[in-house]
Design a protein around this ligand. Structure first.
Ligand code: ADP
Length: 484
């Protein structure tokens, strides 16, 4: 089966968050299942230098204001990349969505419409005879692909669209419709209109044949007013075509036995290396070298979604019970300031690193005793899955993919050795503090804690099962089409 992924970011070429991990991990796993997979994405600065043997396959004299070309880089293993080189849109260093003023680029609608146009063209023109069996778009940046393809003839391949986070709706002024090359007929509540604006995300939801999201619980939550963020009606109407599939993690990158970014490899058979990583983490982050304290870690974007303001409020309780906290993240200046203040108030017990740091994230996840994910909502979440793999016990809010991936250490689950973490009610400081108290209680009983570690590390978190589930969705989408 030939699968064309459309995404604004993909590991290993560009990453700002879990979207890139998912597109890269799933594409790689699909190749393993025999799918000929290509990922079309923008050629941001530095991206083309990281792939070899680029071959031009299409070009434009004018793609939304400048010349552009599409080039393919075949790779030895894994998916091939088709890079959209459009310097007037993408030759901008740093974050792919934000300018140096930390605001969205004002032409983001043109930038990602260009990506979608290029993807649609690959599907229609089949350069090199590569016929696409399924087009799979990810998040709002890829949403217009389905709209452009819906304007083509009926023989085009089916479109699958994945919602990674409904909070990003890709909203732009209605007046831009013509400039985007879309007919006025699509600007309708049944089409891509969202309360008077164009929503790229809604285009993906309405014009795709099958929808997926990144966990079964989030698939249900998306149909509620509480978490549907205004799209619940569309998703309720399309519920028979919406499937939640939990993300996996890339186990060639995240494996405590082979991780080159940690000094001391370890496995569930021997945790000696984990203890050495813990000491290395304390020393790197300038925490007290305390072998007995419960060391919590966080690796996260610092945004309201992640519920970290609640964690900041719980720090006095965490420290009072003898805990330590190491946090790596960046985002809202208010949250950054809150955690930097906490580090000053609790020297040696709370350490904070503001920024994006891949190697340090591996050390935190390898060296921590417990990883905190107190999100208000969380479509899937990846760091709790890394935590499972590295025996760093996830303490997570009961929402979205967090609820689907962690088994709470209640009496029944512990009795059968199934517990892998601690769950608590989201958006509730008392619940979070209770969860921390439970963690301290379990940690004080090293036999109980090690049994959690073993169960966590044995939990399957790779892509195998989930990639097979996506392949099944592709087959269903194709069957729907042939049945039409
Ligand atoms: P989201 O996509 O909402 O940010 P996820 O948990 O799905 O959250 O994915 C976040 C990804 O980004 C994970 O791979 C995580 O390790 C990584 N990450 C987040 N913040 C940082 C950071 N400051 N430094 C390094 N990696 C980070």
């Amino acid at each position: 089966m030939r699968v064309l992924m459309v995404a604004s970011e993909c590991v290993p070429l560009m990453k700002t968050g879990g979207l890139a991990d998912m597109v890269g991990g799933l594409s790689q796993a699909l190749v393993g299942l025999g799918c000929d997979t290509r990922v079309v994405m923008p050629s941001y600065p530095g991206v083309a230098e990281r792939v070899r043997g680029m071959k031009q396959i299409a070009w434009y004299d004018d793609l939304f204001g400048g010349p552009a070309n599409l080039a393919i880089a075949e790779v030895d293993s894994g998916p091939s990349f088709v890079l959209l080189d459009a310097p007037h849109l993408f030759a901008r260093p740093g974050n792919p969505y934000l300018g140096s003023d930390c605001k969205d680029y004002p032409d983001n609608h043109l930038r990602f419409a260009a990506l979608c146009r290029a993807a649609a063209r690959l599907v229609v023109e089949q350069p090199g005879g590569w016929t696409v069996d399924v087009v799979h778009g990810h998040d709002w940046q890829a949403g217009l692909t389905s709209a452009y393809l819906s304007l083509g003839d009926a023989g085009l391949p089916p479109k699958v669209f994945t919602i990674h986070n409904i909070a990003f709706a890709g909203l732009f002024p209605a007046g831009e419709l013509t400039r985007l090359g879309l007919p006025a007929s699509l600007f309708d509540p049944e089409g891509l209109e969202f309360y008077g604006q164009i929503s790229f995300l809604k285009a993906g939801l309405v014009f795709s044949d099958r929808l997926t999201t990144v966990s079964p619980t989030y698939a249900r939550q998306l149909q509620s007013t509480e978490l549907g963020m205004g799209f619940e009606g569309v998703l309720l109407a399309r519920r028979n075509h919406l499937t939640g599939i939990l993300n996996g993690i890339d186990e060639s990158t995240w494996n405590p036995e082979t991780d080159p970014l940690i000094a001391n490899p370890f496995s569930s058979r021997s945790l000696v290396g984990k203890r050495a990583n813990r000491a290395a983490l304390q020393s790197t982050m300038k925490l007290e070298l305390d072998a007995t304290s419960l060391l919590f870690v966080v690796v996260s974007r610092l945004t309201d979604q992640k519920g970290l303001d609640l964690l900041a409020a719980a720090i006095p309780a965490l420290v009072a019970q003898g805990g330590q906290l190491a946090l790596l993240g960046s985002g809202s200046t208010a949250l950054e300031a809150l955690f930097e203040r906490a580090a000053v108030d609790h020297p040696g017990r709370v350490a904070v690193r503001i920024g994006y740091d891949e190697p340090l994230s591996h050390l935190l996840i390898a060296g921590g005793d417990a990883i905190l994910v107190p999100s208000r909502f969380e479509p899937c979440g990846l760091t709790q899955l890394y935590g499972l793999r590295y025996g760093t016990i996830p303490i997570v809010a009961r929402t979205g993919g967090l609820a689907d991936s962690i088994i709470d250490a209640n009496e029944a689950a512990r009795a059968v050795g199934a517990a892998t973490g601690i769950l608590f009610g989201p958006d509730d400081l008392t619940e979070l503090e209770r969860a921390l108290a439970r963690a301290f209680e379990l940690f004080a009983d090293q036999v109980a804690w090690e049994s959690l570690i073993h169960a966590a590390m044995c939990q399957p978190v790779g892509w195998d099962r989930s990639a097979a589930a996506y392949k099944h969705i592709y087959e269903l989408a194709r069957a729907d089409q042939f049945g039409r």
